[in-house]
Design a protein around this ligand. Structure first.
Ligand SMILES: Nc1ncnc2c1ncn2[C@@H]1O[C@H](COP(=O)(O)OP(=O)(O)OP(=O)(O)O)[C@@H](O)[C@H]1O
Ligand SMILES: [Mg+2]
Length: 245
């Protein structure tokens, strides 16, 4: 279980998250929606301690941090071993092959031996459709292929929670489709996925649960069907921005 309690985060005068409570259930795909600037990335980054709020607390399984005081490196490590994040840009190591990009992280953090990591990386790259591209360098791949390497890389770490921040928004539609196919497969494997996206069709396809952030508050937290059929004025206005395109 991943849990945020009464979390508040400001940048100067700008309160980005205001007293947010959230419980992420294991084995579900939780989709976080909301207008631009509503605090989605900030919320996701707090789960990995890439951002630290002023107050509240974060608990992941048996590890907890209370915000407001100093956080030790040991606490940061203990929280981060539970999760791995895929960003909008792919953040691959440019000077390593595709295989090495996936095999290296679990060796560096002591989770696997080099040969175990190599074996797992081959399986995962096969799973994301890149089993034939192992010895290429990231620059020679399309954006969609690079993002699939990035997904294989986080899977190699076998985290409890996979965090995705707009994983397809930098991609052209046909490249987006191949990444979405991989994500839909993952969502059907009972993993704990937390996905920030602006792709409503994708959200409808994969969400077990929708969280709607609206100006730093949680405006909805519940079943997708009710969210997409909601007659709440804020939610309707948000959803209408997509049908207008
Ligand atoms: N490092 C920062 N310094 C100052 N302000 C920030 C910083 N990061 C985010 N903000 C502000 O916090 C608010 C929420 O930003 P956040 O990136 O969480 O929104 P978002 O919902 O992810 O938006 P988008 O859909 O555009 O990605 C915005 O007003 C943003 O300008
Ligand atoms: Mg964002």
């Amino acid at each position: 279980m991943l849990e945020l309690n009464t979390v508040s985060k400001s940048y100067g005068e700008n309160t980005v998250l205001d007293d947010v409570d959230l419980r992420i259930r294991d084995g579900e795909t939780t989709v976080i929606l909301g207008p631009s600037g509503s605090g989605k990335s900030t919320l996701l980054r707090i789960m990995d301690l890439l951002e630290v709020p002023e107050s509240g607390s974060l608990r992941i399984n048996d590890d907890a941090v209370t915000f407001g005081g100093r956080i030790s490196d040991a606490q940061i490590r203990s929280i981060r071993r539970h999760s791995a994040m895929v960003f909008q840009g792919y953040n691959l190591f440019p000077n390593h092959t595709v295989l090495k990009n996936v095999a290296l992280p679990p060796v560096l953090n002591g989770k696997l031996s080099a040969s175990e990591a190599d074996e797992r990386a081959r399986q995962l790259l096969d799973k994301v459709g890149l089993g034939e591209r192992l010895s290429e360098y990231p620059d020679n791949l399309s954006g969609g292929q690079q993002q699939r390497v990035a997904i294989a890389r986080v899977l190699a770490l076998a985290p409890d929670y996979l965090l995705f921040d707009e994983p397809t928004s930098a991609l052209d539609p046909e490249l987006e489709a191949e990444v979405i196919k991989v994500l839909v497969d993952l969502a059907h494997e009972n993993r704990s996925l937390i996905v920030v996206t602006h792709n409503i069709a994708f959200a409808q396809k994969v969400a077990d649960r929708v969280i709607f952030l609206d100006d730093g508050h949680i405006g909805y937290d519940g079943a997708p069907a009710e969210f997409f059929a909601s007659d709440n004025e804020r939610i309707r206005r948000y959803l209408s921005t997509f049908s207008a395109i």
